[in-house]
Design a protein around this ligand. Structure first.
Ligand SMILES: NC(=O)c1ccc[n+]([C@@H]2O[C@H](COP(=O)([O-])OP(=O)(O)OC[C@H]3O[C@@H](n4cnc5c(N)ncnc54)[C@H](O)[C@@H]3O)[C@@H](O)[C@H]2O)c1
Ligand SMILES: [Zn+2]
Length: 347
């Protein structure tokens, strides 16, 4: 009799301890990755501008790569970019910095890279039209937004679209300078991997939140902006009608995805959505934070920002299948912890 086939494990059960160079180690996500790597028995070598090391400096990078098995590249200038005067800084840190890192990795023969990418490489999410099937809506027109028409119409017939789930093979369509630089990082890493036979795992994080999320700045994520308002006793201001959908993934889950990725190598670049798989609306998120904080209730303003995408919801399937990654922190628990983390208590 043929024995039943045993389920294939997505990653090896025995994992060798690695010496990992972690760029952006002092940042929000990097600091959690450092903890997760250490807990998994790996040796972390932190690298960050805040501790005097610059990814754009070949000398700094070459020195840091000595004796390293794998690199986890989180260092970047983040946020959407406030105005065009930010353009050179984004290109310099994100594109030039990654180019220097890859050149030095080639020289040092370090062949494993995990790259922090982003859902912003997709632009708008996936939509289908009853008549035209899968379509890519254009950026929404200002007059439509002003009139409160927030759902993007079918580019062919103008009919309403049904939002769907985006998978990694979706067309890439970066729509701002930050997104351009995140896609450039993936492209440079893919070329480097083709030329050297190396392994790149590009993790397209969705909306990451959790302890140590950067505070209220023009570059901050929406969860941090809402929390800052709650701390000032002000209602979170929700744009559009609040029904825009996102995937909020907890930073400890993101850190675990990085550990799993470092332990899984292949040849060339593979990209993965790192998401919870449980989409929420922005209004849901504002309510979860306000409830945990003890008010005030969010206000839906109908305001908008040009260039914001309407829905972007990810399929977490490929990461589950190939990395063995599934998000574990439940939305309500994660948001409650985040709401209270800064003050230590509800009012
Ligand atoms: N936070 C999110 O929701 C999110 C979503 C998608 C992708 N990402 C990506 O995740 C990564 C980490 O983001 P984060 O949210 O932790 O941001 P962060 O700003 O908290 O951390 C980035 C770190 O990089 C460091 N850094 C910047 N320029 C550097 C340089 N030239 N040399 C060395 N270090 C430098 C900064 O000092 C900082 O500590 C970034 O690559 C970002 O693009 C974040
Ligand atoms: Zn149509």
């Amino acid at each position: 009799m043929v024995p039943p086939e045993r389920p294939r494990r997505p990653f090896p059960t025995y994992v060798r301890a690695m010496r990992v160079l972690l760029t952006g180690a002092s940042g929000f996500i990097g600091s959690h990755i450092a903890e997760a790597l250490t807990a998994a028995g790996h040796q972390v070598h932190g690298f960050d501008l805040r501790t005097g090391q610059d990814v754009r400096s070949p000398d700094d990078v070459a020195r840091a790569l000595a004796g390293i098995d794998a690199v986890c590249h989180q260092a970047a200038m983040v946020g959407l970019g406030v105005d065009m005067s930010d353009l050179p800084a984004y290109a310099s840190v994100n594109v030039q910095g990654t180019a220097v890192l890859l050149a030095e990795m080639a020289r040092a023969e370090v062949r494993t890279l995990v790259l922090a990418s982003s859902m912003v490489v997709y632009g708008e999410g996936r939509y289908t039209c009853d008549r035209h099937g899968a379509v890519r809506p254009d950026p929404r027109a200002e007059e439509a937004l002003r009139a409160g028409h927030f759902e993007p119409p079918c580019p062919a017939c103008g009919n309403p679209l049904a939002p769907g789930v985006i998978s990694e093979d979706a067309p890439l369509d970066p729509r701002n300078v930050y997104a351009d630089t995140k896609l450039a990082q993936e492209n440079l890493a893919a070329s480097w991997a083709r030329a050297t036979g190396a392994s790149v795992t590009a993790l397209r994080y969705h909306n990451v939140y959790g302890p140590r999320m950067p505070r209220d700045t023009p570059y901050a994520g929406v969860a941090a902006l809402f929390r800052s308002r709650l701390e000032r006793g002000e209602a979170p201001q929700v744009y559009e009608d609040g029904r825009q959908r996102r995937d909020f993934v907890h930073v400890r889950d993101v850190a675990r995805a990085n550990v799993l990725s470092l332990q899984t190598t292949h040849t060339g670049l593979r990209a993965y959505n790192i998401a919870s798989g449980e989409p929420r609306t922005i209004a849901d998120m504002a309510h979860a934070l306000a409830d945990a904080y003890g008010g005030p209730d969010p206000v839906v303003t109908g305001g908008y920002r040009l260039g914001d995408v309407r829905h972007i919801v990810a399929s977490p399937e490929k990461a589950r299948r190939e990395l063995g990654f599934t998000a574990q922190v439940p939305f309500s628990e994660g948001m409650a912890e985040f709401a209270l983390a800064s003050t230590g208590s509800a009012r």
